[in-house]
Design a protein. Structure first.
Length: 276
């Protein structure tokens, strides 16, 4: 079956509990396969046929239910994200209320109360995430590795682990960036194959921090801005590189070295000077 947000999960667990072999495939893999078929009209039936043919032709890995901690991390990080979005809406509403010629005091009071409640709930969720991570030594180890990357904090790491089920379906960096929708080379259409919006959103602020504080990412940003003149495109490239770096640290078990880029440049300068 195709991985469709949360909608495939109940059926997958049901089949697994009944001792059936289950394979769950990322949407971008199905999409790429579909392009090789002679399908002129996209409907539920033709997509179901494509998924069936994919399953018959490929040697697929059996799916195993992910660790419960990753499912809970996904739930908590998504809930926090929704609250943050709601907070922005209420703040804008409060600003509009205060800007009126004759503000409604009761409306302003209610906005302030809602903001206070959201702040309280966000803090509760953050603490729940920290407490949850503290219960699993392996997840703690992964979190320490991932958080060694410039710009990546506990919440970003928790989001990535939650949205990928601990990289359960991910086999390489390219697949991960495509799953997130950060593969800018790939032309995509349809909501099911645009990528995981939660992953993309989670990488936005870390990318800005990395561009500001890390020479490696600052260089990537400057190079692409210099080539295309589009800062947004350069920022997305940094987001993609950060996500790839997260997967690399996870796979290798080696923490990120912020000074690596600087050391590499210094070594190249020495080599160039010796040639001269």
């Amino acid at each position: 079956m195709e991985s469709t947000g949360v909608y495939h999960q109940s059926f997958a667990y049901f089949l697994h509990d009944k001792d059936h072999n289950v394979s769950i495939i990322l949407p971008n893999k199905i999409s790429n396969f579909k392009r090789t078929l002679d399908i002129k009209t996209i409907t539920d039936k033709t997509m179901a046929d494509a998924i069936t043919q994919f399953g018959l032709e490929r040697n697929l890995d059996d799916w195993q239910p992910p660790k419960g901690i990753y499912r809970i991390l996904q739930q908590l990080t998504r809930e926090r994200s929704q609250l943050i979005d709601e907070k922005v809406v209420i703040k804008n509403q409060l600003h509009a209320e205060n800007a009126e010629a004759k503000p409604n005091k009761k409306s302003i009071e209610r906005c302030i109360k809602r903001l206070a409640l959201i702040e309280k709930q966000v803090k509760e969720i953050v603490q729940e995430i920290k407490d949850l991570v503290a219960t699993d030594v392996e997840v703690q180890r992964i979190m320490v590795l991932v958080c060694s990357i410039t710009g990546i904090g506990t919440l970003t790491a928790a989001t990535v682990l939650g949205e990928t089920n601990g990289f359960e379906l991910i086999r390489n960096k390219r697949q991960l960036t495509s799953y997130a929708g950060l593969d800018v080379k790939e032309k995509q259409s349809g909501t099911s194959i645009k990528g995981n919006k939660h992953l993309r959103k989670a990488m936005h602020l870390p990318a800005l921090s990395a561009i500001k504080n890390d020479e490696r990412f600052k260089s990537i940003f400057a190079r692409i801005v210099g080539k295309h003149g589009i800062k947004m495109k350069a920022a997305v490239a940094v987001q993609r590189k950060l996500l790839e770096m997260i997967y690399t640290t996870y796979k290798t078990g080696v923490a990120y070295d912020k000074e690596y880029f600087k050391k590499q440049n210094e070594m190249m300068e020495i080599v160039e000077n010796e040639k001269v």
